[in-house]
Design a protein around this ligand. Structure first.
Ligand SMILES: [Zn+2]
Length: 424
C-alpha cells in the first residue's frame, strides 16, 4: 500500500510531494530534507496517528505534478532520488531490481526483525548477564524468552548458549552459510597451529585469556549486537543490497528513508576498532602457523625504503599499531578481510571529526588527510553505501567473534591446567 501526501516546509514554505510505501512495522519513522532549504523533516506513521516535525501537511493535488519537489519513501528498500513517475512505487522499483526469491528472503528477514522487535531489551539484558557471569538469571531468561537451554554449569555450555542466542537474534544480518564456513576455517587453521607447536599454541591462548584480552574483546563484540538491532530500520535498505547485483556493479545513489548519518558514524568507528583488536588474534595465529611462535613476525616485514625497521617485536607491540599498518605486518595471511569491511580512511575521518553530511542528497564527504586547516581532497559516499559498510564491517566482526569462541573452547575442552576455571 502507498500513501500520497504533501508537506509544506516550516522553514521556507516550499511543498514536497511524498509517496510513501508502507512497511509492516507498526511505527514507521521516516526522514528526508527539504530540497530547497535543507530543513530536516520527520514523519512518524502509526496505525491511527502520525507526527510531523519540520513541516505540516497541506492539501494534496493528485496526480503529483512535475514541478513540485518530490520524495519516494519506504523503510524496507533503498528508493530512487528520481522524479515522480506514476505507478513506479518504491515496492515496484525494488521488485524490479532483484528476483522473486530474493524479495521473499528479504521479506523473511524483515519479518524476523519485526517479530523480535519486542525481545531486544531482554536480549540486551541477557548479554549483560553473560558478560557479568550472572549464571542463574542468564539460564532462566535464555530459556524463558528464547527457549535456549544451558545444559550444564560448565563454561563451554554457557558459551554455546550465548552463540545460540546470537544466531537467533542476529539471523537477519547474516549471509547464508557464512557462520558454518567460518567455523570450519577456524578449526582448520587452529589445527595447523597446533600441529606447528602445541605448547606454543597453548601459551598463546593462555596469554590472551590470563591478560583478560580475550574476555574484554568478547565483551566489546557483545556490545555491538544491541546497537545493530537498534539501527535496523536504517540498515534495511543495506540488507536489500545483498541481493542487488546491479548495485554491486554500479553503486548509484539511492535514498535511505529513516534517520541520518550522524546517528551511525560512531557505530562504524567502534566496529572498526573491535576488528582492529580482533586482528591481534589473526596475527598471533598467523605467526604460530608460519613460525611456531605467536610473537614472531616475519623478519623485516616492517622494513621501510629508508632502512627503518618497524617489524613488531611481539604481539603486544603489534596490538598498539594502527589498523592500516597492522594488515601490512601479517605475511601471507590465513584470514582474508571482506572487501570494504574496514575502510581505515573513513574510520580515521570519523574519529577526527572530518566528515560532512548533506541531508538533501544524503552524501557524506570525508577528509582522509589528517592535518592542516584547509580541508583538502574530500572523498564521498552515500548514506546508503555507508550503512552497507556498517553491515559488512559488522559481518567481519561477527566472523572473527567465532575465532574468540574457538579459542575459549580450546581452553575449556582441550587444555588441562588448573587455571581453566579462573578463565571463565
Ligand atoms: Zn524548506
Amino acid at each position: 500500500m502507498n500513501i500520497n501526501l504533501t508537506l509544506e516546509c516550516d522553514s521556507c514554505g516550499e511543498p514536497t510531494n511524498c509517496r510513501i510505501g508502507m512497511s509492516n512495522r507498526p511505527e514507521q519513522p521516516l526522514r528526508f530534507a527539504c530540497k530547497d532549504c535543507g530543513q530536516v523533516i520527520d514523519l512518524t506513521l502509526r496505525m491511527h496517528s502520525a507526527d510531523i516535525d519540520g513541516a505540516h501537511q497541506i492539501e494534496t493535488q493528485t496526480p503529483f505534478d512535475e514541478n513540485t519537489n518530490f520524495v519516494d519513501l519506504h523503510l524496507d528498500f533503498p528508493v530512487s532520488f528520481e522524479k515522480y513517475v506514476m505507478g513506479q512505487t518504491p515496492f515496484m522499483m525494488a521488485a524490479q531490481r532483484i528476483g522473486v526469491d530474493e524479495m521473499m528472503l528479504h521479506g523473511a528477514r524483515l519479518r524476523h526483525l519485526d517479530e523480535f522487535h519486542d525481545n531486544k531489551r531482554t536480549f540486551n539484558t541477557l548479554l549483560k548477564h553473560y558478560t557479568r557471569q550472572k549464571k542463574t538469571p542468564f539460564k532462566l531468561v535464555a530459556k524463558r524468552a528464547f527457549d535456549v537451554d544451558v545444559i550444564s554449569d560448565a563454561p563451554q555450555d554457557f558459551n554455546a548458549a550465548l552463540y545460540n542466542l546470537l544466531a537467533i537474534m542476529m539471523w537477519p544480518f547474516a549471509l547464508p552459510g557464512d557462520n558454518a564456513n567460518t567455523v570450519d576455517l577456524f578449526m582448520n587453521e587452529l589445527g595447523k597451529a597446533r600441529q606447528a607447536s602445541k605448547p606454543e599454541l597453548e601459551a598463546f591462548i593462555a596469554e590472551t585469556i590470563d591478560t583478560r584480552f580475550l574476555a574484554k574483546l568478547q565483551s566489546d563484540c557483545l556490545d555491538v549486537y544491541p546497537r545493530m538491532l537498534a539501527s535496523e530500520l536504517a540498515l534495511r535498505p543495506a540488507l536489500f543490497l545483498d541481493f542487488d547485483d546491479a548495485y554491486s556493479n554500479n553503486p548509484i545513489p539511492m535514498r535511505v528513508s529513516a534517520d541520518d548519518f550522524q546517528s551511525f558514524k560512531d557505530l562504524y568507528k567502534d566496529i572498526a576498532e573491535v576488528i582492529s583488536r580482533q586482528f591481534v588474534l589473526v596475527a598471533g595465529v598467523n605467526n604460530l602457523i608460519k613460525r611456531g611462535n605467536h610473537n614472531t613476525f616475519f623478519p623485516g616485514i616492517g622494513l621501510t625504503k629508508s632502512g627503518k625497521d618497524f617489524t613488531p617485536d611481539s604481539l603486544d607491540q603489534f596490538a598498539k599499531v594502527d589498523f592500516g599498518k597492522k594488515l601490512t605486518f601479517i605475511d601471507d595471511s590465513w584470514y582474508q578481510l571482506e572487501d570494504d569491511s574496514a575502510d581505515n580512511q573513513l574510520r580515521n575521518a570519523i574519529a577526527h571529526f572530518k566528515t560532512e553530511y548533506d541531508d538533501v542528497t544524503q552524501i557524506i564527504s570525508y577528509y582522509p588527510q589528517k592535518d592542516g586547516l584547509e580541508a583538502k581532497a574530500p572523498k564521498t559516499i552515500s548514506f546508503l553505501e555507508f550503512m552497507r559498510r556498517i553491515l559488512t564491517a559488522y559481518r567481519e566482526m561477527h566472523r572473527l567473534h567465532h575465532l574468540i569462541k574457538a579459542l575459549f573452547y580450546y581452553r575449556y575442552l582441550l587444555m588441562d591446567d588448573a587455571s581453566k576455571q579462573e578463565a571463565t
